[in-house]
Ligand binder design. Structure first.
Ligand code: AHM
Ligand code: MG
Length: 329
């Protein structure tokens, strides 16, 4: 029976169907995404029970970025590593929370992919039950590229081939791109599966909404301040949750622009290239939007030189990104 919008389709079966359309497909994605699906269901369960299990709050440790780690950051990181660690085609796991990648196997031993992830983005919002999320990126490692895992991931021969996020909000939403558009799934708790709710999601081309931490305005470069003045006069509305996954999810569905600029104290911005900016840019572009690194042009054209690099971010509806860019150039 051909697929229609009325068919019930799980994340796993959706990926299997997509792979069938690619001659030579090896089932790699099915294998990796089923592990991500298991990990995020487990993390979602922890997030919902966090108060009850008393895992809200900070640890005494700081992560590699010097930021205070939350208990659930560490728990989520371990859950992802334990679910993905057994997948035979993954060579390395790279987490925002850890300084060095976890190397699982060499390319020669079948480790053809690296999975990069921010296990629990926005975790400082957990104690007030605001939506938080997991962001991930799947990178196909370049054939024959040798060296440290860092070199193998950052070399131009290695390519991001899939990206997604899971938002633990009023519903648990899985948004995925494998480079053929963006699909959205929602966790049906009664059957324990992510089910497809929307194929080929497209971001509206314009919407007068900006999403930025405006309290830092005095520390932004002049172009961002001028943009905000223009947007005030032009009747824009502001929406900022302070949890990137939730802010991007709203931007994807409703349109607008999400901005995290450089500031005087953080000249590179706050968001991490590999774990936040790169996967979200792929999703936004696949949904027909734009993503730029402030005044440095298309974000995905910039090649990072280290794993934990930060980058300014302007992404969302094409017209809205164009407006911001006008003031930055
Ligand atoms: P985190 O990875 O430490 O949670 O930080 C990233 C979060 C993003 O979710 C969010 O967009 C941003 O920090 C908010 O930062 P700010 O509080 O400076 O506005
Ligand atoms: Mg984060």
């Amino acid at each position: 029976m051909p697929w229609t919008d009325d068919n019930l389709m799980s994340l796993q079966s959706h990926v299997l169907v997509e792979e069938r359309h690619h001659p030579g497909a090896t089932g790699d994605f099915t294998w990796i995404l089923s592990a991500i699906s298991l990990a995020t269901k487990t993390i979602g369960n922890k997030v919902r029970r966090a108060r009850i299990e008393d895992v809200i709050g900070e640890l005494s440790e700081h992560n590699v970025q010097g930021e205070q780690q939350q208990k659930l950051d560490v728990i989520s990181n371990e859950i992802i590593k334990s679910c993905l660690g057994s997948r035979a085609n993954i060579g390395a796991l790279v987490s925002e929370e850890e300084e060095t990648p976890t190397v699982l196997r060499s390319h020669d031993d079948g480790g053809r992919y690296a999975v990069l992830f921010d296990p629990l983005d926005g975790s400082s919002n957990l104690d007030v039950s605001v939506g938080v999320g997991t962001i991930f990126s799947v990178v196909r490692l370049g054939d024959g590229v040798k060296g440290t895992p860092e070199n193998m991931i950052l070399t131009p021969e290695s390519k991001q081939v899939a990206a997604g996020y899971v938002l633990y909000g009023s519903s648990t939403v899985f948004v995925l791109t494998t480079g053929q558009g963006v699909d959205m799934f929602v966790l049906d708790h009664s059957i324990g599966a992510f089910v497809l709710v929307k194929r080929d999601l497209m971001i509206p081309t314009s919407q007068k909404i900006y999403s930025i931490n405006e309290a830092y305005v005095d520390r932004f470069p002049a172009g961002y301040r001028s943009y905000l003045e223009w947007a005030h006069e032009d009747g824009y509305s502001s929406r900022y949750i302070g949890s990137m996954v939730a802010d991007i999810h709203r931007t994807l569905l409703k349109g607008g622009v999400f901005i995290y600029p450089p500031t005087d104290d953080r000249p590179e911005g706050k968001l991490r290239y590999l774990y936040e900016a790169m996967p979200m840019s792929m999703i936004i572009e696949q949904a027909g939007g734009r993503s730029i690194a402030g005044n440095q042009g298309r974000l995905l054209d910039i090649k990072p030189t280290s794993l934990h690099e930060r980058i300014p971010v302007v992404m969302g509806s094409t017209d809205e990104v164009d407006h911001v860019e006008r003031f930055l150039s």
